[in-house]
Design a binder for this molecule. Structure first.
Ligand code: AKG
Ligand code: FE2
Length: 548
């Protein structure tokens, strides 16, 4: 703090010492920024949320050892009290005799000088909690923050939308048949309130309704019915259902007749219904349509993406009868002994799945290498070209270079053998871990014409192909889907998907637009290899025809 203060005062000065101080100060500020950044990001990766559980275990150990020490101390105090009680009782029975003995007098004095300092003070004066608390505070930094709470709530809302989860079923601990903990009325209320803070009236309304239902059933109330009615009425009004808002406000007034806001709202709602009697919730007919969602999230593409995520069939797969499987060797020494099984899952654009590309051991090595380096995944701003985080891509990722570990190098060579493409110009291997509700909404892997500078710094052209390794099964959700093809690929540990993003002319293939569905239950790990145009001139020769 002192350092910061001095530097602040001298900010304009240019002596060497000041420059040094300024550098230190900026580094500190940057460090704090980094800490805040990483702290607020636990929920975006399941690997990082694990640290919270380890921290919780450490806190339990710390608390237990503290309790043990305190129990020992208390029993020492108890012994002392008993000893004093007994000694004084004996002495007081015959005071003159006791004190008349010089040895007794001497021992009494010793008792409250030397013995006191040595045996009593350490037991009575206790500051072990302070040091204990400091230790807990250190572990605290590994625990989730309020930002994580907000992120987790909005992830739950996303899961609820995508997988069309019924609010009361979620509250009862039913996630599409997978058992999860039951939520109390106040936990439903919290979800309603967190949505409310985000001006998300739709979800706030659902969860406040559920809070009311649960509150009614609770013997010991965990939430105030009046508060819940207050929020719920507001959300109904915000969603346009003024009549319902009025009903609930009246109920609130029966519980709390002097509730000032409710009294005002009642007048306001009554006036609205009188002056604009047709004012009811605007009903949008499209399935999946939600008030409050932005235009894109109500679009055909997005609704198809969500339907595919749920495993629905949105359109018949074209030429499904022509899809085949085969063993691939490409006459490559790596594949001659152990050919790789290739399943064509779509013909045009050509999309294949390769089986058993990575072994469990390789996957575990790669996860270990990546875990400490996982950072919130970024996307490129198509206008400014800058890399930034966005809600439409929630995961954490790390880049691994071939030279870092033989397993990475071996995987790179294997992908080169399988695809027959040159991977020297490819991007490094990107490891991604999706946490709670982690997803990547529909996107192209290739840069479109308007994104002129997208891969300029790499100098290797556009992303000609994608090789997507699945490093985990996902219990529910987490599919890779292609909304324009009606294609959905559910992750299988060790398998990989591969497709070309560009025609031979270099033109982007629109229908490769794809997305990673939110993870509903489980954790999703993938390793992505984006292969670039440069180096493929003879391996995948160009064509003059635009769409080939
Ligand atoms: O994780 C997935 O299923 C797809 C990921 C993806 O499309 C990407 O990272 O570009
Ligand atoms: Fe992608």
């Amino acid at each position: 703090m002192i350092l910061y203060y001095h530097c602040y005062v001298d900010l304009e000065s240019n002596s060497y010492c000041d420059k040094l101080r300024r550098t230190v100060m900026y580094s500190l500020i940057f460090l704090v920024f980094l800490l805040v950044q990483t702290k607020a990001e636990l929920f975006t990766s399941s690997a990082h949320l694990q640290t919270a559980l380890y921290a919780e275990r450490d806190i339990a150990d710390l608390l237990k050892s503290y309790i043990q020490r305190e129990e020992d101390r208390l029993s020492r105090i108890k012994q002392l009290a008993e000893d004093y009680e007994e000694h004084s009782k004996l002495a007081l029975q015959n005071l003159d005799k006791y004190l008349g003995n010089p040895i007794n007098a001497f021992l009494l004095i010793k008792r409250f000088t030397l013995d006191w300092d040595r045996d009593v003070i350490p037991v009575l004066v206790n500051n072990s909690w302070d040091s204990m608390y400091k230790e807990i505070e250190q572990v605290r930094s590994d625990l989730p923050s309020h930002e994580d709470l907000k992120g987790a709530a909005s992830a739950l809302m996303r899961l609820q939308d995508t997988y069309q989860l019924d609010t009361s079923k979620v509250a009862q601990g039913d996630l599409r048949g997978i058992v999860s903990p039951v939520l109390s009325a106040d936990e439903c209320f919290l979800l309603g309130r967190l949505s409310y803070i985000e001006n998300d009236w739709y979800h706030s309304n659902l969860w406040m309704q559920e809070a009311l239902v649960r509150e009614e059933k609770e013997e010991i109330k965990s939430v105030s019915r009046a508060d819940t009615l207050d929020y719920l009425a507001y959300t109904y009004a915000a969603l346009g259902d003024v009549a319902q808002a009025l009903e609930l406000t009246k109920e609130l007034l029966t519980l709390d007749p002097n509730h000032e806001r409710a009294l005002n709202n009642k007048k306001y709602f009554e006036a609205m219904l009188r002056d604009e009697p047709r004012k009811t919730r605007s009903a949008e007919e499209k399935p999946g349509y939600q008030l409050n969602r932005d235009e894109y999230r109500n679009s055909e593409e997005f609704l198809t993406y969500e339907a595919l995520c749920r495993g629905e069939t949105t359109m018949p797969l074209k030429n499904a009868h022509l899809l085949t499987c085969r063993y691939v060797t490409n006459n490559h020494p790596l594949l001659l002994i152990q050919p790789i099984k290739e399943e064509t899952v779509h013909l045009d654009p050509w999309i294949v799945v390769y089986y058993n590309v990575m072994s469990d051991e390789e996957i575990s090595t790669i996860k270990h290498l990546a875990t400490p380096r996982l950072n919130r995944a970024t996307v490129q701003n198509s206008k400014t070209g800058a890399l930034e985080t966005a809600n439409y891509r929630i995961s954490k990722s790390a880049w691994l270079r071939g030279e870092e570990h033989p397993v990475v190098e071996r995987l790179n060579q294997r992908m080169e053998a399988i695809t027959g493409l040159d991977l020297n110009t490819a991007e490094e291997l990107q490891i991604a871990n999706y946490g709670l509700g982690g997803h990547y909404e529909p996107h192209f892997d290739y840069a479109r014409k308007e994104e002129k500078d997208a891969f300029k710094s790499l100098g290797t052209g556009n992303r000609i192909a994608t090789f997507l390794n699945y490093m985990s099964d996902v219990e529910a959700g987490g599919a890779t889907v292609f909304p324009y093809l009606g294609l959905k690929l559910f992750p299988r540990k060790g398998n990989a998907a591969f497709w070309y993003n560009l025609y031979k002319s270099g033109e982007g293939i629109f229908n490769t637009r794809h997305a990673a569905c939110p993870v509903l239950v489980g954790s999703k790990w993938v390793a992505n290899k984006w292969i670039h145009e440069r180096g493929q001139e003879f391996r995948r020769p160009c064509s003059l025809s635009e769409y080939e």
